[in-house]
Design a protein around this ligand. Structure first.
Ligand SMILES: Cc1cc2nc3c(=O)[nH]c(=O)nc-3n(C[C@H](O)[C@H](O)[C@H](O)COP(=O)(O)OP(=O)(O)OC[C@H]3O[C@@H](n4cnc5c(N)ncnc54)[C@H](O)[C@@H]3O)c2cc1C
Ligand code: FES
Length: 367
């Protein structure tokens, strides 16, 4: 039977698996309005593709907005157990260039460049735990709904307490779907916590914030649970504080942040010399494709040195998380302190992340 590009032929042989080593063009096939300021964008590959990733991982979108290249990470809110499509769920951030562009311009039929998937924030990345506590704040629900969708589809008997905190009932994400999943998963318990009421809503969940008393009420055995948290920085700080004060074993605590702390700029970076000034240079860095070169001072990352020399390398997080800057190193040695944005297999193949790599010798990069 013939199939349209967005209607996979389910009778055909299994499609090729998503190759995370390649940049992928994704086509938006549906836009769903989740709340007044959150939309889900459903994305398909250009050809038949089986999307394999860990629930909770993210992709990096490469966009061009107003003539500027701009990258942003988005968690896949979908589940790999439904492998024909992926989705991202995006909250509008006031004044934010990318979230507003996606909300205002991304329509079915449009194409996007994506890199990934990346990231290690997934209960599937670690040995199964007997009990979980998923704590989500606002759009930080995306990795946790992905994990829960996967557990649901796999008929998991995992014991999960899922807490979703939002400003108001009108801001709650996926409440009906969570309720449906809880009906199918006897060991999934839900708790909604809203800071304030929405006039006229039938909301009957908790009102207020997540504090020690509420935690003890919702998940009295929280000390025995593996905790996964994602939400705004103050929300996660409050959770850490609450758990720490209760004597929780933080080795079983995992969190994902949607904002990158600005990396410390070593003094050398602030005073980076021109490429011709070799007096303070530690190592010479050559971009073999473009023929450009620059000096990297002691304590500088390759990305900082390139920027100091006026060269633009692709980057987003500057923190070794997103994988945007991934580049093949053809010669030389570096010390790389990444945060999950590169796989061991890629490192073995000679790839590095310039944003978190400092040279130990002269280096040539395939750029
Ligand atoms: C690993 C990772 C996964 C992410 N997954 C998602 C996701 O699933 N859904 C999503 O909506 N965003 C997600 N983000 C955030 C996303 O990458 C963008 O930062 C966000 O869409 C805002 O982009 P912007 O260009 O509009 O504004 P920016 O210029 O990027 O951000 C403006 C400010 O808003 C803050 N901010 C970023 N995201 C939020 C948010 N959701 N709520 C409140 N403040 C925010 C930023 O820290 C920054 O201070 C993720 C980020 C990371 C690092
Ligand atoms: S810029 Fe994100 S990993 Fe380098």
């Amino acid at each position: 039977m013939a199939s349209s590009p967005h209607m996979p032929d389910l009778a055909a042989p299994p499609p090729a698996v998503w190759d995370s080593d390649r940049d992928e063009t994704l086509q938006c096939v549906q836009v769903r309005q989740e709340t007044h300021d959150v939309k889900t964008f459903v994305l398909a590959a250009e050809g038949p593709r089986s999307f394999r990733y860990l629930p909770g991982q993210f992709i990096t979108l490469e966009l061009e907005i107003g003539g500027q290249k701009i990258n942003r990470c988005y968690t896949l809110s979908s589940t790999p157990t439904r492998a024909d499509l992926v989705s991202i769920t995006v909250k509008r951030v006031p004044g934010g260039p990318v979230s507003n562009w996606l909300h205002d311009h991304l329509r079915a039929g449009m194409r996007l460049n994506a890199i990934g998937p990346s990231g290690e924030f997934s209960c599937f990345h670690h040995a199964p735990a007997p009990r979980y506590l998923f704590l989500s704040g606002g759009s930080g629900i995306t990795p946790l709904i992905s994990m829960t969708r996967a557990l649901h589809d796999l008929a998991s008997t995992a014991d999960v307490v899922f807490v979703h905190c939002a400003r108001s009932p009108a801001d709650l994400l996926f409440p009906e779907e969570l309720t449906l999943m809880a009906r199918n998963m006897p060991q999934l318990r839900l708790a909604m916590v809203c800071e304030q009421h929405t006039p006229g809503s039938a909301y009957a969940g908790h009102l207020g914030r997540m504090d020690a008393a509420r935690m003890a009420h919702i998940a009295p055995d929280f000390l025995q649970r593996d905790v996964y948290t994602c939400g705004p920085a103050p929300f996660m700080a409050a959770v850490r504080q609450l758990l720490g004060a209760a004597g929780y074993d933080m080795a079983r605590y995992r969190e994902e942040s949607f904002s990158f702390a600005a990396p410390a700029q070593p003094e050398a970076a602030a005073t980076a010399p021109a490429a011709s000034d070799t007096a303070a240079a530690a190592h010479r860095i050559v971009l073999s494709n473009s023929g450009q070169s620059f000096n990297c001072l002691s304590g500088q990352t390759l990305l900082q040195a390139a920027q100091g020399a006026g060269l633009r390398l692709p980057s987003s997080c500057s923190n070794g998380v997103c994988g945007t800057c991934k580049t093949r190193k053809t010669s030389g040695e570096v010390e790389m302190k990444h945060n999950g944005g590169i796989r061991p297999r890629e490192i073995a193949q000679g790839w590095i992340l310039p944003c978190c790599s400092t040279p130990l010798s002269d280096v040539a990069l395939e750029r």
